[in-house]
Design a protein around this ligand. Structure first.
Ligand code: LFR
Length: 483
């Protein structure tokens, strides 16, 4: 955020944002790497255990902030958002080991242990979350078997941990806290019974609201970045999906959204959680959004299936046989629609590895013929994602008591015209694509609001996004809405 509003252009006409281009962001922050074998860091780690390299991430954040301040010394604040559910454990101001990755197989084993005490249906009625084996509560159940948890005095989700590194102040931002499974869906407070059972009752920091000030950038970091004055760190909607939906330029209160990156988060925005058996059996989650809204949504695998397939093919190819997604997509788009779809949300696609092989197996099991080329695999993924986005958008809206009037596709996946068009075709409603960097916009808008006074409701934030970004519209081709 810059302090003098010079990055947003206040003219006679509508207020417009100077939206950072994806390339700009890459240049500043570089590409953060994903899952590492835990054994890269800890000698006695199980071979299949996965972790994030938070030290590398922190080094990149510092590098990026240095570049950002060099360009704009008038930056007034910083806001941090990230993926959800994963956490750092601290003892006396030091991190204990690495942050485990939510794709770590230990979580699956923990599910049945936790369910000995808390049945899945009871958990849903307490926390309103979709069952996902990587929710923080399952990770903590696995962690209980490890001595590390007993030694910890503080648990911080990833953005809260970065905020602490930046300011020295501890807190638990509410939108991200709502993904842990430890928040009571009715009271919005930490659930003491679950926290006690999981051994984290004394380690959970106080909840803080998005828009509040976490603290001031530590002086030694301000000096490192070349910041001329005091810089605030603002708690934004620190769950990336919460930031993305806050900035999604929804057409009406009855519009559905898909925040499509690694994950496809498909849902609607509601004033209150839906804790019915239908919602639970449908696999829906109630996550807290900006201004106490509820994101009733379903986690469906997103572009992970594409990126992991490409990674797998490249890993197993000669150095001169490396391919990119961009090089294969035109041929995939030109193919006939496949007769068979896969369920992108199936647990078999969660772990890294031979995703194309698992897709072929799923197609054969469904009675289809094995895809013969990489382009066919990609086409099956895109058709399956679109079908799943369309179906889940209608289910979410149905649980909210309406039919969707449009589907907004935001995030990296909105750059694929084929995915947008197929989603429109399969849903029978218009797909509005963009912004690509919706999470970054949601982050910066909450900071803008924190600086700018009272009258920035979400409607006004979304209007600013509409004024600033070139959206693309995809009308459905062919038959009407899905049943
Ligand atoms: C999206 C996301 C999802 C969460 C998954 C894992 O990036 O934050 O909302 O379920 O990542 O944290």
């Amino acid at each position: 955020m810059d302090s003098k509003n010079s990055h947003s252009t206040q003219q006679a006409g509508p207020l417009v944002f100077d939206v950072p281009q994806p390339d700009d962001l890459d240049e500043i922050f570089g590409i953060a790497s994903g899952a590492h074998p835990l054994s890269d860091f800890e000698e006695d780690a199980a071979p299949e255990a996965l972790a994030w390299d938070l030290d590398e991430l922190w080094a990149k954040i510092r590098h990026g902030l240095g570049l950002a301040f060099a360009r704009r010394p008038d930056i007034a604040s910083i806001g941090v958002d990230s993926w959800a559910v994963d956490y750092a454990l601290l003892r006396e101001g030091h991190r204990l080991g690495q942050v485990r990755h939510y794709r770590d197989p230990r979580n699956e084993r923990a599910v049945e242990h936790l369910e000995l005490t808390f049945a899945r249906s009871e958990l849903f009625s307490r926390n309103g979350l979709q069952f996902l084996p990587f929710n923080t509560i399952y990770q903590l159940e696995a962690e209980r078997a490890d001595g590390r948890l007993a030694r910890a005095d503080t648990l911080l989700l990833v953005p809260d941990y970065i905020n602490w590194l930046l300011t020295g102040v501890l807190g638990a931002e509410r939108t991200n806290a709502s993904t842990t499974g430890l928040l009571d869906a009715r009271t919005g407070a930490w659930d003491p019974e679950l926290a006690n059972h999981l051994g984290v009752a004394g380690t959970l920091p106080q909840l803080v609201e998005p828009g509040s000030t976490v603290g001031t950038l530590r002086p030694e970091l301000a000096a490192e970045f070349g910041a001329p004055g005091s810089v605030d760190v603002i708690a934004v909607a620190s769950h990336d999906t919460a930031s993305a939906v806050a900035a999604a330029p929804l057409t009406t209160g009855h519009s559905a959204y898909v925040s499509c990156g690694t994950w496809g988060l498909v849902g609607v925005e509601l004033p209150a959680p839906v804790l019915t058996e239908d919602a639970r059996l449908g696999g829906f989650t109630n996550e807290i959004g900006l201004d106490s809204t509820v994101r009733l949504l379903k986690n469906v695998t997103g572009t992970w299936l594409l990126s992991e397939s490409i990674r797998y093919w490249n890993q197993n190819a000669a150095p001169d046989g490396q391919i990119t997604l961009e090089s294969l997509l035109p041929a995939a788009a030109a193919l006939e629609s496949p007769g068979i779809l896969i369920d992108p949300a199936a647990e078999r696609f969660l772990a890294p590895g031979d995703v194309p092989g698992r897709i072929c197996a799923a197609v054969l099991e469904a009675g289809g013929t094995e895809p013969e080329s990489r382009e066919q695999v990609l086409r099956i993924i895109l058709e399956s994602l679109a079908a799943s986005f369309a179906a889940q958008a209608f289910s979410a809206a149905g649980l909210g008591g309406f039919t969707p009037d449009a589907i907004h596709l935001v995030g990296g996946g909105s750059q694929s015209e084929l995915l947008c068009q197929l989603t429109a075709d399969k849903s029978g409603v218009e797909v509005v694509a963009g912004p690509v960097e919706c999470t970054a916009l949601g982050n910066v808008l909450v900071q803008l609001r924190a600086h700018g006074g009272e009258d920035w409701d979400m409607g006004r934030m979304r209007q600013l996004v509409r004024n600033s970004v070139q959206l693309q519209y995809f009308a459905p081709r062919g038959a009407g809405p899905i049943a």
